[in-house]
Structure formats: structure tokens, C-alpha cells
Design a protein around this ligand. Structure first.
Ligand code: MN
Length: 732
């Protein structure tokens, strides 16, 4: 049995200031409470908390989590109450023990539900205080090391759970070494025969592998020395058993075909430039395999892993991998969050500055939305093992993309221009939509058209940041151009009210309008116009700023008197029709704005309406009865007055009506008859019986204006058997 003083020594070495007495007190407490209990192996139970504490001490954690390791099973497995822990060891340790006890509580749900529930608990604990999860992982590691004492059935279940939950979490926390041991142990118990066979196969080649690695590492050392690149160590590694096993399973290949079975690892002193220098040396020594250089230093993985990977061809034609990293990166690759975690006083859990853990927060938020536990577990598994997809151009170039990538991602990976103009794709010669996810090995031919352009919709199914950034940039540019246009129009209208020439103002020259722009913090007049178009600035205020208070007041007075004298404003007099969208609505006093009728209420001619400046889609016109209008009022500066044009509406709009009727035959015929008597078109009519035994007849009628609508509604009301008629939201 490991002795407590060995653990105390380890903690002291890494944390000279640690409260070592805390460890001894925790040890005595645990020893007393677990006295008389034994493990399945027949050993005293105390071995387990001691070993767990030892694993935590080896993670170089301080005395608090290590002491918690000693106490972790006390509340769950003995008569001790949580309150006693608080009394003897304080709030911090009590909090950690409570967190662990919570994870251990088992509900009487189904196996799958339990697993999903465990997962959720682990994630929540992680956000609360990641040390809870580190202790839980140490607990699981020791249980896995001693798994052979349990009955086969229980062994299988625990090993499977380790693969499903604990190893992925260790991976996500960047704890490479712990994850590796968990996986190898799990495989050993889940598939003992396959494990033994594979281990024997690897063992048979060990001498060969070791000789090869020795040759490679000494060659690297020699070359690095010649090039005067400083190096801490050069080591060889053979791929872990579980990784090999999985690769053979997934790719259905033989051991000989696993190209990264052996790898060399160069660890340099803590300066990134040494890594790149070493990479150069490696590439000068052996031929690199194109497309297999991965720079996880420039773009770290989200589990904090950083390293350079490259594959090269050995002198006898055998490819092998070389990994290059600094000492610090190496430590993080092995120990992950345990090496990285910064504890801040009074602030446990994840920290805002740990951007690398953003995935965790989003994962937790998302777990709260997902209800079905089986789905949840499946999707979590996918998310915890993100895999790349390798697709090919027709010319055979490999494009590496994250899982879920679509032809849009592929197109942008080739070239932004290809992305911007893509219209579809052919995979293995078959046409597929742009949103179809790519599979490993797909040969993708991107179809382009010179007139095509990106769509905001692409953001819904592109996953690479490259594609998303390009699309977003394009959409933003587009919106900006439109906002500038809208801003300029609104400004012209306001200027005209003051009898100022917007053209003259905006051409700047000697008018000093550029000064106004820079007063608002905009470099260019165009930016100022865009700000008006976005509704950030009100044109009236911009003009006031330009004129100065006195001049503004004077012109304002003049404007008022003109109005009193019944002089119609110049702009109003030349009110013209709108060029696009809807030709029966104008924005008061402004020409040529893009107008769209809001789909939520589809106002008809003559109704009260309001306009709302949208971002990039012109002015949306809502009926003032529309329930969305209230929300839009939050941004009053974006509300504009709109009018119906004087002329009669030339186009009909679909309006949906609901008639509530008695439940009797012939109702639908009666209603549609009344509508066509009014010379009104019907687009759609359907009938249903409601739960209170009334008829519900929905008709979509073609309406020109609000008077027309009133007449139609009145006509339907007169049909015998009709109890009520109302207008429904929406329309066509
Ligand atoms: Mn335990």
C-alpha cells in the first residue's frame, strides 16, 4: 500500500507552500471512517483513496484536490455527513466532496438515460469547478486499474462507460496520458481476445520498431546538433494499443498499413521558433509527405493541444510521423487542464479568460436543451471526438475539412473566388446541393457561375471559419452598400425639408461636411450615410450639427412657416413610385427605396401602416395592427413614416380569413359562393371541425384594399350559419 508520506512528499515538491498537515488530517479521517471496509480485491478500502490521492499528486495538483482525493468516498460510502467534512476541512473541500457525491448518485433510470445523466453531471461539475472532474477521473483511473477483481458483467459495463464518457472528457481536457491509459484499460476488458492478439502482434515487432526509432531519433539529434537548433529531448513512441485497434477497425486495414504506428517526438526549450527551426531540419533530412504538415502551434486545438506534426518518408521508403513541441506544450499535451488550470481566489470553475474552454460552456448550455437522453449521448459522442473529413478535388488534391463540412466549405478551401461563385457541386459525378455534408473520400467538383454570389443562407450549413468569414464579409459589404443607399436617401429627404442641397453637402469640397462625419467618429461621409441607413443616427440631428444651433433654429422656423403657408414641400410634390418590391407604398418624402410588405401581417391597401428600416433589406412595411410592431418600436430611430400611394391598388394580395360556423353541410359552398358574388378571387379554402363542434373554414381571398376587405368580410357574415369572421395573421 502506498504510504501517505510519499504523497505528502510529492505535493511538497510541486507546492513548497502547501499545507501538508491538511493532507495528514484528511488521511487519518479517511482511515478511520473506512476502517473495516475492503475492496473487491480483498485489500483494505483505504488503498483506493490513497491511490486516487497519489494520481492527483502526480498531476502536480496542490494539497486541496489531493486531500479531497483522500476523502472522496467518505460521504458516499460511510456514515459521515457532508456537514462533518465542512466542519473539519472547510468550505472548499466540502464543496468538492459534495460535487463528487452528486456525480455518484445513481437514479433508477434506464442504462442509456443514466449514462446521459452522468455525462450531464460531469459537464456541470466541470463548469462549477474543474477540479471535481479531475478527482473523478483519478477515481475512475484507479478503478480501471483494479477492474479485473470485479465480475465480468460489471467489468464490461464500467469499461464501456469509461470509453463513452471518461476518456472523451479526459481528451477534451487535453489530458493525453490519462486518456490513453483509460482507453487501453477499457479495451483490455471489453475485447480481451482482440487486445491480447494485437498486443502479441506489436510485441513481435517491438525489436524492429525500436531499432527503427533509435535510428531515426539519433539521426534527428545529429542533424539538429549540426544546425545548432537547441533541443531538450528526442524520443520515439509507438502508437497506443487502443489507437491502433481503432484505426484497424475503422479503416479495415492491416497493421502494416498503419503509417503512423511509430513516431519521433522532438521537445525543444520553451521558444516557438525552435520548433519551426527543427521542422526545417526534419524536412531537409527526409522528404515530407505533402499535405500532412499540421501546425497546431499557430492554431491550437480547442483542448489546448499545441504541436507541429509532419509525416516524412524514411530512407527505406517507410513513412513516419514527427511531432515537434516545446517543453511547456509537451506538458500540456500530457497533462492538459491539470497543467494549465489557473486557480483564482474566490473564483472557481471556468474563467472567462480561458477562451479554450468556450466549447465547454456552449456544450453545457446545449445539454440543457436536449431532452432525449439517447440522442443526447449520441450527439455528445460526436462532439467529443471531432474528426476531420478528407475530400479530394478532381485533380486529386486532398482538402481536409472538419466533420459536417459542405461543398461551400470545400469551395472556399480551394479559393475564395471559387467560393463566391459556387452554385452547386458534383460528388463522384452526381449533382448534390450545396448543403450536403461531405463524407470521407468524396471527390468533389465545384460548379461555379460567373454571376453567382454568396448567400446569407450559407451560414446555416458552412462550418469552416474560412468559409464563414468570407460569406459574412460579403453579406456585411452588401448590407453596408444598401445601408449607405438608404442613409443617403433619408438624408436627402431631411435636407430638402430645410431647403438644403444634399448633393452639394455630400460632395464635400468646401462645405466642410467631412468635418461633421469626423465629429461623429466616421472617417468618410459614406460611413456617416451608412450609419443613418442602419438607424444609428437621425438625419435631422446630423443637419443640426452641420448648421450649428442658431442657423438650425432659423431654418427650422422658416420651414415651419412654409408649412403654415400651405407650401407643399418640394420633395412631397414629386413623390414617385417605388422602383422595386411594392409599387403602392412610398416612404413619406423619399423616392426609390426598396420596400417590402412584411409577411407577418401583409397589410392591404388603405390599412394603417408603418415602415421599419431593416438591415440590408430596405424598408419593411407592417400593418399597425401587427403584433411585431410593438417590438420594433424598441428602435424608434428606425421607424419611418410610409404612405399608400394615391392611386388604386393594381395588384391583389392574399388575405387569410377564418370563419367560425355552425357544424352543418354546405358551409364551405355558401362562403365561397358569397365571396365570388363579390367578384373576389379565392386562392385557397379549407374546412375543419373544432373540438367544440364548430366549423372552422379558412379561406385565402384576393384583396385590393381595405374597403374591399371590409365588404368581403361583411358578405361572409351574412351567409346563414356563419357565427363570426376574422382576419388571420399572415397572408401571401
Ligand atoms: Mn472512489
Amino acid at each position: 500500500m502506498i504510504r501517505i508520506e510519499e504523497i505528502v512528499d510529492k505535493v511538497r515538491r510541486n507546492h513548497p507552500q502547501a499545507d501538508l498537515d491538511l493532507l495528514r488530517r484528511a488521511y487519518f479521517f479517511s482511515a478511520r471512517e473506512h476502517r473495516g471496509q475492503t475492496r473487491a480485491s480483498g485489500e483494505p478500502y483505504l488503498v483506493h483513496p490513497l491511490e486516487v490521492a497519489n494520481i492527483l499528486a502526480e498531476m502536480r495538483l496542490d494539497e486541496v484536490p489531493v486531500a479531497t482525493g483522500l476523502l472522496h468516498d467518505v460521504v458516499e460510502d460511510t456514515l459521515v455527513e457532508a456537514e462533518a467534512i465542512r466542519q473539519y476541512f472547510g468550505d472548499e473541500i466540502a464543496h468538492l466532496v459534495e460535487g463528487l457525491t452528486k456525480i455518484a448518485q445513481i437514479s433508477n433510470a434506464s442504462r442509456e438515460e443514466q449514462q446521459a445523466e452522468n455525462f450531464r453531471k460531469m459537464l456541470l461539475a466541470m463548469v462549477d469547478d474543474v477540479r471535481i472532474v479531475l478527482i473523478k477521473l483519478a477515481d475512475r483511473l484507479h478503478n480501471m486499474r483494479t477492474l479485473s477483481y470485479l465480475k465480468p458483467e460489471k467489468r464490461q459495463r464500467i469499461a464501456q462507460e469509461t470509453l463513452d464518457i471518461y476518456a472523451p472528457i479526459a481528451h477534451r481536457l487535453g489530458m493525453g496520458r490519462l486518456r490513453g491509459e483509460l482507453e487501453d484499460l477499457a479495451l483490455q476488458h471489453l475485447h480481451p481476445d482482440e487486445y491480447r492478439a494485437l498486443a502479441a502482434q506489436l510485441e513481435a515487432r517491438r525489436a524492429e520498431h525500436e531499432a527503427f526509432l533509435k535510428m531515426v531519433t539519433s539521426r534527428i539529434e545529429e542533424k539538429l546538433h549540426e544546425a545548432e537548433v537547441p533541443v531538450t529531448s528526442v524520443e520515439g513512441r509507438i502508437k497506443r494499443l487502443y489507437s491502433v485497434w481503432k484505426k484497424l477497425k475503422l479503416q479495415k486495414i492491416e497493421l502494416d498499413q498503419v503509417y503512423d504506428l511509430v513516431a519521433a517526438r522532438i521537445v525543444t526549450p520553451n521558444e516557438v521558433r525552435h520548433c519551426y527551426a527543427a521542422l526545417g531540419v526534419v524536412h531537409n533530412t527526409w522528404l515530407p509527405v505533402p499535405g500532412r504538415i499540421k501546425d497546431w502551434i499557430a492554431t491550437p486545438r480547442d483542448n489546448l493541444y499545441r504541436s507541429l506534426h509532419t509525416s516524412v518518408i524514411g530512407s527505406e521508403g517507410q513513412p513516419f510521423e514527427v511531432q515537434i513541441r516545446t517543453e511547456e506544450m509537451h506538458r500540456i499535451a500530457e497533462e492538459g487542464v491539470a497543467a494549465h488550470w489557473k486557480y483564482k481566489e474566490g473564483n472557481r470553475g471556468t474563467h472567462d479568460d480561458d477562451e479554450a474552454f468556450n466549447w465547454l460552456r456552449s456544450l453545457v448550455e446545449w445539454t440543457q436543451e436536449v431532452k432525449d437522453s439517447r440522442d443526447f449521448l449520441e450527439s455528445i459522442k460526436l462532439d467529443l471526438y471531432p474528426k476531420d473529413v478528407y475530400a479530394f478535388t478532381p485533380m486529386g488534391r486532398v482538402i481536409q475539412l472538419p466533420r459536417g463540412a459542405t461543398p461551400v466549405d470545400f469551395a472556399y478551401a480551394i479559393h475564395s473566388q471559387v467560393g463566391h461563385t459556387c452554385t452547386g457541386a458534383r460528388i463522384h459525378g452526381r449533382i448534390v446541393p450545396l448543403r450536403a455534408p461531405l463524407q470521407n473520400g468524396d471527390v468533389v467538383e465545384i460548379l461555379t457561375s460567373p454571376n453567382a454570389h454568396p448567400s446569407r443562407d450559407w451560414l446555416n450549413f458552412s462550418v469552416t471559419s474560412r468559409a464563414r468569414n468570407r460569406v459574412r464579409h460579403w453579406v456585411a459589404e452588401q448590407q453596408r452598400a444598401e445601408s449607405m443607399e438608404i442613409g443617403r436617401k433619408l438624408f436627402e429627404k431631411e435636407a430638402a425639408r430645410f431647403q438644403l442641397s444634399a448633393k452639394k453637402l455630400l460632395s464635400d469640397g468646401d462645405t466642410g461636411f467631412k468635418r461633421v462625419a469626423s465629429d461623429y467618429g466616421y472617417g468618410r461621409v459614406d460611413d456617416l450615410m451608412a450609419a443613418i441607413g442602419y438607424g444609428k443616427l437621425v438625419p435631422r440631428n446630423v443637419i443640426a450639427k452641420y448648421l450649428g444651433p442658431e442657423k438650425f433654429a432659423e431654418l427650422e422656423e422658416r420651414k415651419e412657416s412654409r408649412l403654415r403657408n400651405g407650401v407643399r414641400e418640394g420633395v412631397q410634390a414629386v413623390k414617385r413610385l417605388i422602383y422595386a418590391g411594392d409599387d403602392s407604398i412610398t416612404v413619406r418624402g423619399v423616392d426609390d427605396l426598396l420596400i417590402t410588405r412584411a409577411r407577418c401581417c401583409s397589410p392591404v391597401h388603405g390599412e394603417g401602416i408603418v415602415g421599419y428600416i431593416t438591415l440590408g433589406k430596405g424598408v419593411a412595411v407592417h400593418a399597425d395592427r401587427c403584433k411585431n410592431v410593438l417590438q420594433l418600436m424598441v428602435n424608434p430611430e428606425r421607424i419611418v413614416e410610409v404612405d399608400w400611394t394615391g392611386r388604386a391598388a393594381t395588384a391583389a394580395y392574399g388575405v387569410k380569413l377564418l370563419a367560425i360556423t355552425e357544424n352543418r353541410t354546405g358551409m364551405i359552398a355558401g362562403i365561397t359562393g358569397a365571396i365570388s358574388d363579390m367578384k373576389t378571387g379565392i386562392r385557397d379554402a379549407r374546412a375543419a371541425i373544432s373540438s367544440d363542434n364548430r366549423g372552422r373554414i379558412e379561406v385565402t381571398v384576393e384583396i385590393f384594399d381595405v374597403k374591399h376587405l371590409d365588404k368581403v368580410i361583411r358578405a361572409i357574415r351574412k351567409v346563414p350559419g356563419v357565427l363570426d369572421v376574422e382576419r388571420m395573421e399572415g397572408g401571401a
